[in-house]
Design a protein around this ligand. Structure first.
Ligand SMILES: Nc1ncnc2c1ncn2[C@@H]1O[C@H](COP(=O)(O)OP(=O)(O)O)[C@@H](O)[C@H]1O
Ligand SMILES: [Mg+2]
Length: 230
């Protein structure tokens, strides 16, 4: 077996009065789509927040290695700088800003402090093409549906040069058509070398898109299975 691109070892995380994670192990192979499943409250989102620096280094036990190097992220910006991007269950776009503004929020194309809208829109249009979203970059995010908003989130991740994309229950709020389109995109990104972790409890979806699946229960790893052998 090839060396994992991501290793999370003996991860523990407690909140006041709640032990969310105990001795969790997660190994993700380079270029795969790895599903995480488990009931509500199993610790799935917490594990991904530990990975992405939402819960900073020092607030959890255990160790994380990405591409063989240890990770001690103090915040989301630190994990993004290494190419790890999380898309939360509750999308984090600003509704009254345009698609392009959302994609480059905090990361604008500026020269001498002046934002270049031509450059921004050109780059946004190229990213929208990659995610298969036929909308003008100037369209307000409030004016597109939640399925398209999810694609804007992925375009935003691509703008950050994502290597490991984390999707927390990405299809929970999507209809079947939008879900299928999203799963197809995850497979296309995989073909481009992007590794994904997808949290899901939809078995059909896991069978469709995932190479392996790790099952969590009550904050513990139950097992990791190869989806294609199952
Ligand atoms: N910020 C927090 N403060 C306190 N408790 C939390 C916090 N985040 C998660 N928890 C608790 O940790 C446990 C795991 O939650 P979570 O990771 O969100 O589960 P899942 O995503 O698998 O549904 C739950 O008992 C939840 O209530
Ligand atoms: Mg969750």
């Amino acid at each position: 077996m090839t060396a994992p691109v991501l290793e999370m070892r003996a991860i523990g995380k407690a909140f006041p009065g709640v032990r969310a994670l105990s001795d969790v192990t997660l190994n993700v192979a380079p270029g795969e789509v790895h599903a995480i499943c488990g009931e509500n409250g199993a610790g799935k989102s917490t594990l991904m927040k530990v990975l992405s620096g939402v819960h900073p280094h020092g607030s959890y036990d255990g160790e994380i290695l990405f591409q063989g190097a240890p990770c001690a992220f103090k915040d989301i910006g630190a994990s993004e700088a290494r190419g790890i991007v999380i898309i939360h269950q509750e999308l984090a776009l600003v509704p009254y800003l345009s698609i392009a503004e959302n994609i480059f929020l905090g990361n604008e194309h500026a020269r001498h402090g002046i934002i270049s809208w031509n450059e921004t829109h050109r780059h946004a249009a190229a990213l929208l093409k990659r995610v298969g979203l036929a909308e003008h970059p100037g369209t307000r995010v409030a004016d597109i549906g939640v399925g398209k908003q999810q694609l804007v989130e992925i375009a935003k991740a691509l703008a950050k040069k994502v290597k490991l994309l984390i999707l927390d229950e990405p299809t929970a709020a999507l209809n079947d058509g939008d879900s299928d389109r999203l799963l197809l995109l995850i497979k296309e990104l995989k073909a481009q070398g992007i590794t994904s972790i997808i949290i899901s409890h939809k078995l059909g979806e896991i069978a469709e898109v995932a190479d392996s699946v790790t099952i969590l229960r009550d904050g513990r790893t139950i097992e990791t299975l190869d989806v294609h052998d199952a």
